[in-house]
Design a protein around this ligand. Structure first.
Ligand code: ZN
Length: 66
């Protein structure tokens, strides 16, 4: 599989693969990882938060809705 997390491919993504991580609130960080919440929705998170506990991902998803 082609590398999807580094190099030129990032420039073809919306915002060049960057944004604000909903879990840790880092600005302009690369959001290249998808976590799924317990209610089944998916969330793009940064590399650090890919390894975050499920509760933090769920909390971020709820926070993002309001
Ligand atoms: Zn993060």
């Amino acid at each position: 599989m082609a590398k999807t997390k580094r190099g030129r491919i990032l420039w073809s993504l919306p915002s060049r693969g960057r944004g604000t991580c909903p879990v840790c609130d880092s600005k302009r960080i690369k959001l290249l990882y998808t976590r799924t919440t317990t209610d089944g929705s998916s969330l793009k998170v940064c590399k650090k938060c890919f390894n975050a506990v499920q509760e933090r991902v769920d909390a971020a998803a709820v926070h993002g809705k309001d």
